[in-house]
Design a protein around this ligand. Structure first.
Ligand code: C2E
Ligand code: CA
Ligand code: CA
Length: 275
């Protein structure tokens, strides 16, 4: 390695630069850099009415590649951005990109929606609500076509979260509660949340037809949705069997999953999913 260092200095690269490029940098720095370098992109996954498979919208999902073009999993970089305090940067890029890329799908199609994932910190930030509103207006879109997906995972003060959600709601945005059934789903709390729908986590969908528990939970979540007059969205539908089961459970259910379409870039998105 002495020879290597010699070669390096001979080649004109300083040790400092070498270490900066190839040395151990915190992974969160790589994530931050990737975002700064504009390597955050979006893919879109169709949301369909399970009963007739009509596409009623999409969910925008973030993708990030490192400097070598390798994908960094969203579960990893989202967590890192939340912990590192730069999730707002992602939220802003996602909002801007999704509205621009989905504009032609949204304009004049009042039944078509675009789902955007937000972290609790984003919802608690009044500046983000203003940013979203500005972007929606500048693209000539209707807030009622934007659905904000939130999870319950957070430790935020529920009252504060609810009042922040109300601010978005007053401006016409709707919320879906994401990953429902995981984490601590407090039912009394659920009735208070200003949401329009619940998304059953794919972990339960995947258990349909395999484990009795999966179907029981799906049935119970469906009853809860009905009782609270919430739209039911079922994630992770991969098989015809799961689709048939969900259709039996609720004729108004919305489905999302590989059966209907994997997440794809905007230019690969088809308006109607063939049967
Ligand atoms: P999520 O919001 O629950 O998104 C749905 C995840 O399920 C996506 O994973 C999607 O690719 C995957 N999926 C969809 N259909 C199927 C299926 O039929 N089978 C299986 N096995 N999986 C399916 P993805 O894209 O890896 O995203 C992971 C998570 O990262 C998301 O989960 C969401 O929590 C988070 N995320 C993604 N984009 C954003 C973003 O822009 N902002 C924030 N805050 N979080 C995001
Ligand atoms: Ca989601
Ligand atoms: Ca989910």
């Amino acid at each position: 390695s002495v020879a290597m260092l010699g070669a390096l200095s001979g080649g004109g690269i300083s040790l400092a630069v070498f270490l900066y490029r190839y040395g151990p940098r915190p992974f969160s720095e790589k994530v931050r850099q990737a975002i700064d370098d504009g390597r955050l992109t979006l893919v879109y996954q169709p949301l369909v009415r399970v009963h007739d498979r009509k596409m009623i919208g999409v969910e925008a999902l973030a993708r990030l590649t490192d400097e070598y073009g390798e994908n960094i999993s969203p579960d990893v970089f989202i967590k890192m951005a939340e912990d590192g305090g730069f999730i707002d940067r992602i939220a802003r890029i996602v909002i801007k990109t999704a509205l621009r890329e989905m504009r032609s799908n949204l304009q004049g199609a009042t039944n078509f929606h675009c789902g955007i994932n937000l972290s609790t910190n984003d919802i608690l930030d009044p500046a983000l609500c203003d940013f979203l509103d500005q972007e929606v207006k500048s693209q000539g879109l209707d807030p009622r076509q934007i659905i904000l997906e939130v999870t319950e995972r957070s430790t935020a003060d529920p009252d504060q979260l609810i009042s922040s959600m109300e601010t978005f709601r007053q401006r016409g945005y709707a919320f879906y509660l994401d990953d429902f059934g995981t984490g601590y789903s407090n039912l009394s709390h659920l009735a208070q949340l200003p949401i329009s729908g619940i998304k059953l986590d794919r972990m339960f969908t995947q258990a349909i037809g395999k484990e009795a528990m999966g179907s029981t939970i799906a049935e119970n979540v469906c009853s809860v949705a009905k009782a609270l007059k919430l739209q039911l969205i079922v994630e992770g539908i991969e098989t015809e069997e799961q689709a048939a089961y969900v259709d039996d459970l609720s004729p108004t259910a919305i489905g999302q999953g590989w059966l209907y379409g994997k997440p794809v870039p905007a230019n690969k998105l088809q308006r109607h999913t063939p049967r």
